[in-house]
Design a protein around this ligand. Structure first.
Ligand SMILES: [Zn+2]
Length: 101
């Protein structure tokens, strides 16, 4: 079984989710790998003013599958094609990958 790479999130804004007690991304979101200074599409986090969300996984911000997508206005298409997104031609949504403990 191929293991998919884990991507986290960098976004142009953030908001405090009181229910979950955590910051969630807002505005435009990009895929980001922990330990890197740039997004998957090559934007500098610092120069672009992007906030990192190490606790939010990429699939959580996708409107079609995410639990953290409430304030997301735009998903970067380049990051989406690199990190993958669920859609009509992707795997069925019920085949969710279980996060490892
Ligand atoms: Zn991007």
């Amino acid at each position: 079984m191929a293991r998919t790479r884990r991507y986290d999130v960098a976004a142009s804004g953030r908001w405090w989710d009181q229910d979950d007690g955590r910051w969630l991304p807002a505005g435009e979101v990009h895929a980001w790998e922990q330990g890197r200074n740039e997004t998957v599409c090559g934007l500098s986090l610092h120069r672009s003013g992007l906030t990192r969300f190490p606790a939010v996984t990429w699939t959580d911000v996708l409107p079609e599958s995410g639990g953290a997508a409430d304030a997301v206005r735009r998903v970067c298409p380049r990051c989406a094609s690199a990190a993958g997104r669920r859609g009509p031609d992707a795997r069925p949504a019920w085949r969710r990958v279980n996060p490892r403990p």
